[in-house]
Design a protein around this ligand. Structure first.
Ligand code: HEC
Length: 193
C-alpha cells in the first residue's frame, strides 16, 4: 500500500514542481525575462501577420507565419542569447514537433485548458542540467483567436487559394480544423545560464 501511495505522489510532486519557482532554483528576474521575450516574440509575429494580411492579402501572408518565425527566431538568438520557437502537436511544419519537455508542457497546458484554468499568466518551466550546463526551458501557451481561422480553422472555411497554397507547401499539414479558444501550441524558449 505504501508503495502505491509513493507511486501516485511522485509524479504529482514532479509535476507541480514545474511551476513552483522555489524548487526550480530560478531567479524571478530570469523568469520575468522569459515572459517578456515570449510576449515580444508573439506580438512581433502578430504585427507582421496582420500587417501582411492588410497590405497584400491572405494568400501572401501564408509565407509570413513561416518565414517571419524563422527570422524572429534568429534575431532573438543573436540579440538576446536565447533560442525561441513555436511547437504544436498538430503542426503544419514538422520542424515544430515538440520534444520530450515540450510534450510535457503542451499536455500541462491542455489539461489546464480542459479544467478552465488556463489564462494569460500560465507558463511551464524547468531547469535541465546536461554535461554541467544548466538550461532554463520555458513555455507559454498559444490560443487560437478569430484571425487565425483564416489559415488554421475548419478546412471548408479556408478560402481555396489559401488552402491550396498551404497544401502545396506543407505535405503533411495537421494545423487545420481548430476552433477559437483551442490550444494551438506553445512558445518554447531555451536559455543557458
Ligand atoms: C495567412 C495564414 C496564417 C494565419 C492567418 C495564421 N497562421 Fe499560423 N501558420 C501558418 C503557416 C504557413 C505556418 C507554418 C509555419 C512554419 O513553416 O514554421 C503556421 C504555423 C503556426 C504555428 C507553429 C506550429 C505549426 O503548426 O507548425 C503556430 C503556433 C501558429 N501558426 C499559430 C497561429 C496563430 C495563433 C494565429 C492567429 C493569431 C495564426 N497562426 C495565424 C499560417 C497562418
Amino acid at each position: 500500500m505504501y508503495k502505491i501511495i509513493i507511486a501516485l505522489f511522485v509524479p504529482l510532486l514532479f509535476f507541480t514542481g514545474c511551476t513552483s519557482k522555489k524548487q526550480q532554483e530560478v531567479s524571478e528576474e530570469l523568469i520575468l525575462e522569459m515572459r517578456v521575450n515570449a510576449d515580444e516574440f508573439m506580438s512581433g509575429l502578430r504585427d507582421i501577420l496582420v500587417g501582411q494580411i492588410q497590405k497584400n492579402g491572405l494568400v501572401a501572408a501564408v509565407s509570413v507565419c513561416s518565414d517571419s518565425a524563422q527570422i524572429l527566431t534568429n534575431n532573438f538568438s543573436v540579440e538576446k542569447g536565447i533560442y525561441i520557437k513555436r511547437v504544436s502537436f498538430n503542426n503544419r511544419n514538422p520542424n515544430n514537433t515538440p520534444d520530450v519537455f515540450e510534450t510535457e508542457g503542451l499536455n500541462y497546458f491542455q489539461q489546464n485548458l480542459d479544467k478552465g484554468n488556463l489564462n494569460t499568466v500560465s507558463e511551464y518551466f524547468k531547469v535541465i542540467e546536461e554535461n554541467d550546463v544548466k538550461y532554463l526551458r520555458y513555455m507559454k501557451p498559444i490560443l487560437l483567436q478569430a484571425p487565425c481561422l483564416n489559415c488554421h480553422g475548419p478546412e471548408e472555411q479556408i478560402i481555396p487559394e489559401v488552402l491550396q497554397l498551404i497544401n502545396n507547401r506543407y505535405e503533411d499539414d495537421k494545423a487545420v480544423n481548430y476552433q477559437i479558444g483551442d490550444l494551438r501550441g506553445a512558445i518554447s524558449i531555451q536559455k543557458v545560464f
